[in-house]
Structures are given as C-alpha cells and as structure tokens.
Write a protein that binds this ligand. Structure first.
Ligand SMILES: NC(=O)C1=CN([C@@H]2O[C@H](COP(=O)(O)OP(=O)(O)OC[C@H]3O[C@@H](n4cnc5c(N)ncnc54)[C@H](OP(=O)(O)O)[C@@H]3O)[C@@H](O)[C@H]2O)[C@@H](O)CC1
Ligand SMILES: [K+]
Length: 479
C-alpha cells in the first residue's frame, strides 16, 4: 500500500486526497449506526489521520464526537497533521478517553504501520473500548492485527464489528484469525488510480473465479473422453477404499473424460459394489505400465493409501512420467521430516500437495512455525519442493512455486468433515487432466469445493460433495 500511495502521488493523486476519501468511507460506515456519541481513537500515523477526517465529517453530520489522541497531537506529520488541523472539536489524551455511554468507537490507532505489540495507553484503550460493549469500527485493520499475516502482533488486539479498508484487501483480512477480528469488511475505493495499483504487481489474490476461470478449458464439441483427460487414482487397500473412491468420483465430476481406480483385487471388489462410471483395474504389480500406455494425464496418490512401501512405489511410478500428480494424506506420512526427499521425487514434474496444517508440519517440520503467516509458510514450502501447495483450512492458501497465491474465504464450517479432503484432491486432478495449469486448477478446485459445500449446507457429508458439483459448475458457466 505504501507503493500504491507513492504511485498514486506520481499520477497526480496526493496522499491527502486518499486520506480524505478514506475518512469519508469510515464516516459513511459509522452513519449506518444510530449513534449519538462517538469516540475516535487516533494514533500517531496516517491511520490516525483517517480518524481525524472521519471525526470532522461525523461532527458535520451532527454527531457528538470526541477524538482521543495517542501521544502528542503536535507531533503528527504530513497528511495526518493536515487532517488533525481540520478537526476543531473536542480532543482528549488517549489515557483520558471516557467510554461511559459511548454509542460507537472508531479505532484509528494503527493500521498498515503497526510495528510492535501494543503497550501502555494504546493497549489500555483497546481493552477499555472492548469492555465498554459499544460497536467498534476499525480503520484499515483492527489495531494490533498484522495486515500481512492475519495474526495479532502481541497479546492485545482490537476485535471490530466492521473494518473499513481501502484500495485492496490485505492478506490479514482473510487469513485467520484476522478475518474474525475484522468483523464485516468494507472495501472502499478511495480513488487510487488503477494503473497505480497495477504497478505494484501484487501476486496474491482472494480466491475468486476471476483469478482462474480463463485458464480452465471449456470442453470442446469435437472432443472425446480421452481428449478430456484420463485420471488414475491409487486405491486404498481392502476395507480402506472409501477415500480413494471419493477422489475418483470428484475427478469425474470435475470433467475428466475417464477415471480409473487401480488397486488390489480385494479393494476393487469393494469399489465395484459402489461405482459404475469409474473404471477399475487390478494393479498387483504397480501401475507404471498402465499410466504410460493409457496416457494418464493426472494421478492422485495418498487418500486412504496407508504409509506403506506399496504406496511409496506407486508415488515413485506416478512421478516418473510426464503427468501431473496430486499428493495427499498418507504421502505426508511417508515423507515426514523429508521435504527434500519429496522435492527430489517431484523434480521437474508438476505436482500439487494438499496438506492440512498437521500434515504440513509433519513434512516441513519446525521451519513451518518460523514464519507465522500461513501465506508465507505455504509460499516458502512451494518454493522448497517445487510444487503447488494447497494448505487447507477455513482460509485455504494455494501457493505456487513462482510466488503466486490465492486465499479462499468461501468454505463453510461444515466442510471440515471426514473425506472432504479426498474430494478436493480428486477435483484438482480432474481439472488438471483437462489441461488447466496447476496453480489455476488447484485454486479453482478449492473454490468449487467451498461452493459445493455451501450448496449442500448443514448436515453435509463428503459423499454428497461430488453430486453437488454439477449445479456449481453449471452456475459458474452461466455467470
Ligand atoms: N492507500 C492506502 O491504503 C491508504 C492508507 N491510509 C491510511 O494510512 C495508514 C498507514 O499509515 P502509516 O504508515 O502512517 O501507519 P499507521 O498505521 O498510522 O502507524 C504508524 C505510526 O504508529 C506508530 N506505531 C506503530 N506501532 C506502534 C505501537 N505498537 N505502539 C505505538 N506506536 C506504534 C509508528 O511509530 P514508529 O513505528 O515509526 O515508531 C508510527 O508513528 C493505513 O493503515 C490507512 O489507515 C490512508 O490515509 C491513505 C491511503
Ligand atoms: K486501526
């Protein structure tokens, strides 16, 4: 955002103009509340400046506004000093802020410039504001929240009802726990020129169809089942076949032309009792020749597979050819603490790893805790093994080894259920088999998975997900 501000100024939109519009957006959100008495908590930087502008506009709208300032008002610099100069109403020291009978609090203490944990008067004010029970509107970010990581920087952090942010969302607005600390998010256009925003070259996006839809191939009328891509799924052993079956069904629903499950005869008998459109093939002796001869475009290894030598061999054979590989579940047990080994196996091939947090830590070890941001952990891991990482959770991050990333916010809580991850692995493979590039296929699959869960609603079990995909795909196509 600092870069955007600089580029905007170079294009003739000065910081003061951006700050005026930012303050307007905050005042606008405040006017949604039937609030008589409003306290604005103003910090020492531009976040405080936005607060002073909002205070002026709210007073003009006949609200009783008091600005409580952290530190010396005379020490404000630049645009913030100018905004403060425009405020002629009552001002108190932050220490003296009175939260009794306050109807609304505007938190303009710290935003993008937060550089250390809250302490002293700032921390006390946040705790008192929180305790008084009035609704809270945060300017840009709830004070104490790191906008890059979505984690509070210290022990004290505001929890807002509404957060008004500007120009673009920050990762911390979507990543947990940030999303919960922000409350409802309002993204305001404050007049930064589109070219100034584009000049920054951001490589992280909220996971929405606009990011990936042009990269997902439309089925061709002249196509046939094998031109739509053949997916192979490595089956789990007897009495552990459910997970791989879910992956296979999802791959077919995603639009793969053909899907084959390969495993032992005993396992295939279980599959046969459930499946019709999915092909079954015995693989007592590995699956390398099948993968090569049948021109398999994408494979899934891991769901229900068990961390056995057979699974390792299946994975090695999958990685040996020119095909895309989705690795899930038991693959991460096989490579516990051995990210380098996994990276060597992937080599120059195209792979997607779909760990949840526990599996991620298992493979990437204690390094995983060094960087607190889920986004940066996923990006670092992707670069380390040379693959796309889908780090699952309520805020699933898809990170490519080239630095691009998406963050999802559309998964409902009831998607956290046994087997949902197996469906996701199959969805990714189904899209990749049709030729979608790996990062886009993974991002699209995550979004579709969330939408399918939303369409089902409460009571969802993973078995429902593949069957919910046609409606989701259909409505995406007609958007
Ligand atoms: N394009 C946009 O999006 C636009 C954004 N705008 C707004 O600008 C905001 C960013 O402004 P900003 O860079 O001045 O930083 P801000 O958050 O005010 O804080 C910096 C000050 O706080 C201090 N400080 C830090 N941590 C502290 C602590 N724990 N305890 C005590 N002090 C602490 C820090 O001191 P220092 O670290 O230098 O010692 C410095 O003095 C952004 O969030 C948005 O609201 C709009 O106005 C215009 C367009
Ligand atoms: K703030």
């Amino acid at each position: 955002m600092t870069e955007v501000d600089r580029a905007s100024a170079a294009e003739g939109v000065p910081g003061a103009a951006l700050m005026e519009r930012a303050g307007e957006a905050v005042a606008h959100a405040a006017l949604d509340y039937a609030a008589e008495k409003i306290v604005v908590l103003a910090g020492p930087g531009a976040n405080g400046g936005d607060g002073f502008v909002a205070a002026r506009l709210l007073a003009e709208a006949n609200r009783a506004v008091v600005v409580a300032v952290l530190g010396d008002r005379a020490a404000l610099r630049g645009d913030a000093a100018q905004a403060a100069a425009g405020w002629a109403g009552p001002t108190v020291r932050l220490e003296d802020a009175d939260f009794a009978r306050v109807d609304l609090i505007i938190d303009a203490l710290f935003g993008a410039g937060l550089s250390r944990p809250l302490s002293g008067a700032a921390a006390d004010a946040v705790l008192a504001a929180q305790a008084c029970g009035a609704p809270i509107i945060a300017v840009d970010t709830p004070s104490g929240l790191d906008g890059a990581s979505g984690h509070p920087i210290g022990d004290v952090c505001m929890r807002a009802d509404v957060t008004v942010t500007f120009v673009r969302l920050k990762p911390g607005h979507i990543l947990l726990p940030g999303r919960l600390l922000c409350g409802r998010i309002v993204l305001a256009d404050i007049g930064a020129p589109a070219s100034a925003v584009a000049s920054v070259g951001a490589r992280v996006w909220l996971n929405r169809p606009a990011v990936w839809r042009d990269a997902i191939p439309e089925p061709s009328i002249a196509g046939h089942k094998y031109s739509r891509g053949h997916v192979a799924v490595w089956s789990g052993p007897e009495l552990q076949t459910g997970a791989s079956r879910l992956s296979a069904l999802a791959a077919l629903r995603a639009g793969a032309g053909a899907v084959t499950l390969l495993g032992s005869k005993a396992a295939l008998k279980e599959h046969a009792a459930h499946l019709t459109a999915i092909m079954l093939r015995e693989a007592e002796d590995g699956w390398r020749s099948f993968l090569d001869q049948r021109k398999v475009a994408a494979v899934v290894v891991g769901p229900g597979a068990s961390a056995t030598p057979d699974t390792r061999r299946a994975l090695e054979e999958a990685c040996a050819g020119d095909r895309r590989v989705v690795m899930d579940a038991d693959v991460f047990s096989l490579f516990a603490g051995d990210a380098e080994g996994l990276g060597r196996l992937i080599g120059e091939g195209e792979a997607v790893l779909t760990p949840h947090e526990g599996e991620f830590k298992r493979v990437f070890g204690e390094d995983a805790d060094v960087a607190p941001s889920k986004l940066e952990r996923a990006r670092a891991a992707a670069a380390r093994v040379g693959a796309t990482i889908v780090l699952k959770g309520p805020d699933t991050v898809v990170a490519s080894q080239d630095g691009r990333a998406t963050i999802a916010d559309n998964a409902p809580p009831h998607l956290a259920t046994a087997g949902a991850g197996d469906v996701l692995a199959g969805l990714i493979a189904g899209l990749m088999a049709q030729g979608a590039p790996v990062f886009e296929a993974a991002s699209a699959a995550v979004w579709l998975h969330g939408e399918a869960a939303n369409a089902i609603g409460r009571g969802l079990i993973a078995d429902d997900l593949p069957g919910a995909l046609p409606n989701v795909l259909q409505s995406l196509a007609s958007q």
